[in-house]
Write a protein that binds this ligand. Structure first.
Ligand code: FMN
Length: 209
């Protein structure tokens, strides 16, 4: 039986574009894995703490010398690592916020990366896992657009999951989410609809691949 970890970040609930694309992925995944198990990690409703000094210092402190609060912070990190390394497949759905990933997702990434345990220097904990990152953008950063290259979210997520050992990372982007919402973007409503539709198709295809 295959297990999928869905890490979701948007706080927008039924209005979330990234979540609506992820739902298409999950539909496709369930078809491909009728007996599969899905673990939901919702960082909007259940954020992980920002990494603090005590949590970091735990890995420089012998287990027997760790005070209770330090041991608890280290245990939380281990639980998150065990969760992501224990699944077969990972899908992340997130908005692009201020040209990067939202801070709850960054806090999660900081929690799960520990040198020698799960890291970008050879621990390879995500080797063999298929990773799909779904990102909803409010505008567009494609080649030729006025803000070409300002998306520091997609490439970052691709880098993180590749560094952690996955050799099968795909990023699905939907654009123009703010059209029809933010003033001045009325001309992009059609582009928004077609971009979301294309992202949903890409997500379904990816789940079936
Ligand atoms: C705090 C905040 C910051 C945002 N920053 C950006 C940005 O830098 N670039 C962009 O294209 N869209 C930006 N947006 C728009 C969102 O990416 C867009 O609305 C997207 O649909 C959000 O995903 P969601 O619908 O899954 O929540 C921002 C939205 C919010 C609320």
């Amino acid at each position: 039986m295959s297990t999928l970890l869905h890490i979701q970040v948007s706080p927008m609930g039924d209005n979330s574009i990234s979540l609506s694309v992820a739902e298409e992925f999950i539909k496709g995944w369930k078809e491909a894995n009728p007996d599969g198990n899905i673990i939901e990690r919702n960082l909007a409703t259940n954020p992980v703490p920002v990494l603090d000094g005590e949590a970091i210092f735990a890995d420089y402190t012998p287990v027997a010398n760790r005070p209770e609060s330090m041991a608890a912070k280290r245990a939380l990190r281990q639980n998150l690592i065990d969760e992501i390394t224990g699944v077969d497949e990972i899908v992340v759905s997130t908005p692009l916020w201020n040209w990067g990933i939202p801070s709850p997702l960054k806090a999660y990434i900081d929690q799960i990366i520990i040198p020698g345990v799960l890291d970008g220097s050879g621990a390879n904990g995500l080797a063999g896992k298929k990773v799909t990152a779904i990102i909803a953008q409010g505008g567009s950063y494609k080649t030729g657009s006025p803000r070409e290259g300002w998306d520091y979210g997609s490439g970052y997520l691709e880098l993180v999951f590749t560094a952690l050992g996955s050799t099968d990372v795909t990023v699905v982007v939907s654009e123009f989410g703010l059209a029809g919402v933010a003033p001045g973007m009325e001309d992009f409503v059609d582009a928004k609809q077609s971009s979301i539709a294309a992202a949903k198709t890409a997500a379904r295809d990816r789940a079936a691949a």
